[in-house]
Write a protein of this length. Structure first.
Length: 435
């Protein structure tokens, strides 16, 4: 991913130097395990650890690979340059390249997941704080983009919190599913390496041995991981889209924080555009872009092919780096989002009580009017508000058919906003717990 949308901690996971360090640790721990089993001399295993503090020369490995056309062999050759050819002769014994590549990739994904989980914690904290801050801030709910019935801004934040919390739970599960390693040799039969080696290497790296790995770790695990990131990205875009709507000039119920000195347009000095949320919408598309290739990687020929390799070299870093950046941008957006309660109230009242139509409809049915007739009575008065700018309550009070069923006091009572917010605490308890 380009530096513009990258954060150093996540980028570091995918740095070639980091990758080679993990490769080295896998080989060194494998040698230790083989020495414990008496398969190789202990002195050779100990010699591998002479490179413990070495920063492997990426350019030198690339130079060797230009000749060998094989990245793992290039690395092993470079490792022998550090510890000596004779000392290195047992390195990689009984192993295959995928043992190193797949186990390393999963270590990287686990580390990336840990960063993403911390990112989501920040998003969740921001959403919870703003939800309680605006728990009773009334705004109009919309369906199809049209005014529906009153809700609160707190409930809007709360539903986003619940959605992102589900995403976090999915990521915890995806992390657990991807945290496997395989040191099982060619076609995964352990013919030339003891399963105990795999167990020790995985233990040292914080992984679980893959139950059956053929020559690669099964890619359904990775498909689930990237699919989870895609769902999280969609939830992120869901929030961003709501903010983009609220910032429209005709709505202006909220807007992104506009910092001192910030400019909105090169041509129009008055502009304050929702650039962060538009950017998040685009970044979400990039994250989701990895899902289909990850799903297609599940199908490999026989015990192994490398059709998945080029895909993962790209989507591993690009997707995690992008989502890490986007989640932190989202958290900052929520933390600083400017809310306009007065505008929310004004927007709700724009059609002069029309949003209370369902309460009147229900009251008429409870007063003995058929549902079909009740709907006609309410709708004919509602259309006067839409078409002529009339006041809904005034029209109802002037309608003899309505007042024949409801008293003026009963009609008046149906315009109490508090009726729509009476269960907010119940919903908050469901989302955040009863504390």
């Amino acid at each position: 991913m380009i530096p513009r949308y990258s954060r150093p901690e996540m980028v570091a996971i995918w740095d070639p130097a980091t990758k080679y360090k993990i490769w080295y640790e896998i080989e060194a721990h494998a040698c230790d395990a083989m020495a414990d089993l008496g398969v190789i001399p202990r002195e050779n295993a100990d010699a591998v650890w002479k490179a413990k503090d070495v920063t492997f020369d990426v350019a030198r490995i690339d130079e060797i690979e230009a000749v060998t056309k094989h990245d793992v062999i290039a690395f092993l050759t470079h490792l022998s340059e550090h510890i000596g050819a004779d000392e290195a002769r047992f390195v990689h014994q009984g192993m295959t390249s995928s043992d190193v590549l797949d186990t390393t990739f999963n270590v990287q994904l686990v580390r990336a997941a840990d960063i993403l989980l911390a990112d989501m914690d920040r998003v969740l904290a921001a959403l919870k704080k703003r939800a309680y801050e605006h728990k009773d801030t009334v705004r109009i709910g919309r369906s199809h983009g049209i005014h529906a019935e009153p809700t609160t801004m707190g409930l809007t934040f709360a539903r986003f919190y619940a959605e992102m919390d589900r995403g976090r739970a999915r990521l915890v599960n995806a992390r657990a599913e991807i945290a496997t390693g395989a040191i099982s040799g060619a076609v995964g039969t352990f013919a030339n390496i003891d399963p105990a080696v795999e167990e020790q290497v995985c233990k040292q790296l914080g992984l679980t041995p893959e139950p059956i790995s053929t020559q690669v770790i099964p890619r359904d695990r990775h498909a689930m991981f990237f699919a989870t990131l895609g769902v999280i990205a969609s939830s992120m875009e869901n929030i961003a889209t709501e903010v983009r709507h609220m910032q429209r000039t005709e709505v202006l119920e909220a807007e992104e924080f506009f910092s001192p000195g910030q400019k909105g347009s090169s041509a129009m000095p008055h502009k304050r555009n929702p650039v962060l949320t538009e950017n998040l919408t685009g970044l979400a598309r990039l994250v989701r872009m990895s899902v289909t290739p990850a799903l297609e990687n599940v199908t490999l020929w026989h015990e192994r092919d490398i059709s998945h390799s080029s895909v993962e070299r790209t989507i591993g870093p690009d997707t995690t780096v992008t989502l890490d950046f986007a989640l932190n941008r989202l958290a900052g957006l929520i933390e600083k989002l400017v809310i306009y309660p007065e505008t929310m109230l004004a927007n709700m009242n724009k059609f002069r009580g029309l949003v209370m139509s369902q309460r009147v409809l229900l009251a008429l049915t409870q007063a003995g009017v058929s549902r079909e007739d009740s709907y006609k009575l309410v709708q004919r008065n509602a259309m006067k508000v839409w078409e002529k700018g009339a006041d809904f309550k005034t029209e109802l009070l002037a309608d003899a058919d309505v007042t024949a069923a409801l008293t003026p006091e009963q009609i008046e009572e149906k315009f109490d906003i508090g009726y729509h917010t009476k269960h907010v605490d119940t919903i908050f308890a469901r989302v955040f717990g009863k504390d």
